[in-house]
Design a protein around this ligand. Structure first.
Ligand code: AHM
Ligand code: MG
Length: 289
């Protein structure tokens, strides 16, 4: 089954399938950049400026962001685009405007790209219900309004994982011969039982007492857990979905609000995890993050 058949099966209409196709098209273009990263190294991984989240931007981040914005705008299905790489929400011009707000991180994990580890594009989509309200009153305040979320992992192969509300999580793999995404499985974490915990344990001394206590349970010999940490969220979540286990990124003394961004990283991954039968929890939440 290819992507079009899947979208048809799920009655993705009113522009939703156009958005997903725009994200797929973007992923194919970003994939080509990722593949060339060492050949055009000086250009693609040159450091540029800090983005709105305070991270250093690579040229790759900027190009991936431009690709996403251009394809999503041309889908004629989005009213607002909210990117990790842009300070402000992008209001799509009336002539191209549609019914949905799309959130995305065009290239998560790009700080790892120099060592050829898997990086990814993360997205989530909500219906833009009331265009007469100001943008501040329309954006996502929790993950419950998400109708579709997913990621594309640019790894050994390029995989798209996509979740629709109430319809589970689907994995599609990019076939470079036919240049199509092909359905390669349904991801259900409930029957995956590898004992893996995934966390950047080098932050241990900076966690609060409860967090230290929680992780010590995994460390105990009798727990039989092993630890894995790629340091690229899309790769770490992908492994967790496929094998089971847990992933977390707690706040610490240096990152008092946590490192991961709630809109671009946490909400979409939590949505996917829950659709796959898993749990997503937030222990503490600051109002300003
Ligand atoms: P990025 O958006 O700048 O790429 O940062 C997010 C990434 C995640 O993919 C990953 O889980 C995390 O940063 C790893 O951070 P660290 O290596 O500092 O633990
Ligand atoms: Mg990111």
């Amino acid at each position: 089954m290819n992507l079009d058949t899947l979208l048809h099966q799920f009655d993705c209409n009113n522009g939703l399938s156009e958005i997903i196709n725009a994200i797929c098209k973007s992923s194919v273009e970003i994939e080509q950049l990722v593949n060339r990263v060492f050949l055009d190294k000086t250009v693609l991984i040159s450091k540029c400026i800090q983005n709105s989240s305070g991270d250093e931007q690579h040229k790759m981040d900027i190009l991936s962001n431009e690709i996403m914005i251009s394809n999503l705008t041309n889908s004629n299905s989005c009213s607002v685009l909210i990117s990790e790489e842009n300070e402000d929400a992008i209001i799509v011009d009336e002539s191209h405007s549609g019914n949905y707000i799309v959130y995305f991180d065009p290239l998560d994990g790009s700080s790892n790209i120099d060592c050829n580890c898997g990086v990814g594009t993360i997205f989530s989509i909500i219906l833009d219900n009331d265009k007469y309200k100001t943008i501040e009153n329309r954006v996502l305040t929790n993950g419950n309004n998400i109708i579709c979320a997913g990621y594309i992992l640019y790894g050994g192969s390029t995989d798209m994982v996509i979740a629709f509300k109430g319809k589970g999580v689907h994995r599609l793999s990019f076939d470079r011969n036919t240049t199509e995404y092909v359905h390669t499985g349904i991801l259900d974490i409930t029957n995956k039982n590898k004992k893996v915990y995934s966390i950047n344990e080098s932050n241990f001394e900076r966690w609060d007492i409860d967090m230290k206590h929680y992780i010590r349970q995994y460390r105990k010999q009798e727990s039989k857990y092993t630890q894995r940490w790629i340091g690229s969220m899309v790769s770490d979540i992908h492994r967790t979905l496929l094998y089971g286990g847990m992933f977390c990124y707690p706040s610490d003394e240096n990152n008092i609000h946590g490192k991961l961004r709630i809109l671009y990283e946490c909400f979409p991954m939590a949505f996917i995890m829950e659709e796959a039968g898993g749990k997503a929890i937030i222990a503490k939440m600051s109002n300003d993050r």
